[in-house]
Design a protein around this ligand. Structure first.
Ligand SMILES: Nc1ncnc2c1ncn2[C@@H]1O[C@H](COP(=O)(O)OP(=O)(O)OP(=O)(O)O)[C@@H](O)[C@H]1O
Length: 118
C-alpha cells in the first residue's frame, strides 16, 4: 500500500470516529448547540482574528475533550456493565476533563465578550 492510500485510509477511520461520536453522544450535540450561537455572534460582532482564534481554540478544546470522554465511555462499556470502582474513576475523571475544558472556554468567552458588553 502506498503512502497516499495509507493516509486516505487513516482519514477515513478518523472521520468515521467523528461520525460515531456525533451520532451516538448526546453531550456532543449539546456542545454544538452552545458553539453555534457563539460562532454566529462572531459574525455579527465582527470578531477580529485574535477573538476568532480564542473562540475556535475554546470550542475545539471542548470538542476534543468530549471525543476522548466518549471513547473512554466506550472503553468502559466494552469491559463491563457492572459497577467497578476503577470504571467509576475513569468515567468521572474523563468527565472532569470535559468540565475543565468547558470552564476554560467560559473564561475565554468572558475575555472575548467583555469589550462588547461594557
Ligand atoms: N461501570 C461503572 N462502574 C462504576 N461507575 C459507573 C459505571 N458506569 C457509570 N458509572 C458512574 O456513572 C456516571 C455516569 O456514567 P455514564 O456517563 O456512562 O452514564 P450515563 O449518564 O448513563 O451516560 P450517557 O447518558 O451519556 O450514556 C459515571 O461518571 C460514573 O460515576
Amino acid at each position: 500500500m502506498n503512502i497516499f492510500d495509507h493516509i486516505t485510509r487513516k482519514f477515513g477511520y478518523a472521520f468515521k470516529g467523528l461520525k460515531i461520536a456525533i451520532i451516538t453522544d448526546n453531550s456532543f450535540k449539546i456542545h454544538f448547540l452552545f458553539a453555534f450561537p457563539v460562532v454566529l455572534s462572531g459574525f455579527f460582532l465582527h470578531f477580529n482574528r485574535y477573538e476568532w482564534m480564542a473562540i475556535v481554540l475554546s470550542i475545539g478544546l471542548v470538542l476534543v475533550a468530549e471525543l476522548f470522554n466518549t471513547s473512554i465511555e466506550y472503553l468502559v462499556k466494552m469491559f463491563t456493565d457492572e459497577y467497578h470502582e476503577l470504571a467509576e474513576k475513569l468515567l468521572d475523571i474523563s468527565a472532569g476533563a470535559v468540565l475543565m475544558a468547558a470552564i476554560m472556554a467560559l473564561v475565554m468567552a468572558a475575555f472575548v465578550y467583555y469589550p462588547y458588553v461594557i
